[in-house]
Design a protein around this ligand. Sequence first.
Ligand code: ATP
Ligand code: MG
Length: 405
Amino acid sequence: MEEEEKNTEIVIKNLWKIYGKDPKRVFQTDLRDKSKEEIQNKTGCIIGLRDINLEIKKGEFYILMGLSGSGKSTLIRALIRLIKSTKGSIEINGNDITKMNAEQLMKFRRKTYGMVFQHYGLLPHMSVLDNAAFGLKIKGISKEERYKKAQEVLETVGLKGWEDYHPTSLSGGMQQRVGLARALANEPEILLMDEPFSGLDPLIRRKMQDELVEIQSRLQKTIIFVTHDLHEALKLGDRIAILRNGEVVQIGTPEDIVSNPADEYVSEFVQDASPAKVLTAGSIMSDVPVITYAWEGPRTALTLMKKEKKKLGYVVDKKQTFLGIMTAKELERLLSLEEKFKTIPLTSIEKVESVHPDVIIEELFTIAPKNHYAIPVVDEKDRLLGIITNESIFDSISVDGGNND
Ligand SMILES: Nc1ncnc2c1ncn2[C@@H]1O[C@H](COP(=O)(O)OP(=O)(O)OP(=O)(O)O)[C@@H](O)[C@H]1O
Ligand SMILES: [Mg+2]
């Protein structure tokens, strides 16, 4: 076997799904190439999928995107045969699931797939632990073993300590974590996720995305993920397939899709991808003009500020931890006092909001007006990395993409 073939997990060939009575009528030569609308008007049959050809690699994060009704759910459900396709093949590691009998299919599903839905699908009368262990129970795994595994996956999704609660006492984001834990408990090869984060508010949604990225980097599942949020698709996807009227109109990496949209339909999607939604704080950050060291005396700090002709400094301690802003004005006030300060007093340091380099620029819009100073950028240990000025934010979202060269 060639290297490339070994890495391919899912191969979909000439896949059609036609809803309605006697769907095979649609394959008559005078009908099959007609538009979805025309076919519907003439036969009452609805094209769910039209001649789909896709290959998905092992460990790939694969996004299905498209407007409502474009066939995303039909495709993801056909992959697990919750929907029986009308024509074509779906091979998972060489096994064509369209040809399996009921028993083969059941076995195959249990060992291969995990599924996460938009509406979590949890059992309200069962504890979080039992919900997470549910798939394993169906598989006939002993209580001890399934609880052990369920504990482990609950920890993976950040729900340690919540085992005995019922889903109803959890927030939406937490309920979806239980849904994800339940899917992961099975140790599936393939994770199918149909708009799993659509019901969550934006902040929680972003957090769940971040965590999914992190979990994926550890577990390396093959993930098929449906979304109609371009930003989510660009952030999560290794590759994106864009569907329209049941057809694939473009397949590519996020970069391909954004820079070379195949047609009008894709362009319209991509228009949403304003730089503010794609660029990160790190990409527009600049050097800190004056760093003030917390162990310096006020006189030294002021001298350095004046030398740089700046009115303030960004204060760090010996571990480079960012503490806040020190202004020249405050330093002058300190020096005018009778009390002599060996080092800058903590109470003179003004606390300001900081951001991590991976936040998208859009999020800075809400912080920028509140901060009187350029926004400090810090790493996960709060060490100062740089600053973001209001000018750089405006530059980045201006038409020329902020490239001033
Ligand atoms: N059970 C069904 N019976 C008849 N037509 C259906 C059925 N399910 C889906 N369809 C049709 O198939 C097409 C694709 O629907 P599908 O649910 O796959 O779209 P989707 O991309 O998931 O949309 P959404 O973003 O709204 O979830 C639509 O035209 C829809 O009307
Ligand atoms: Mg859908």
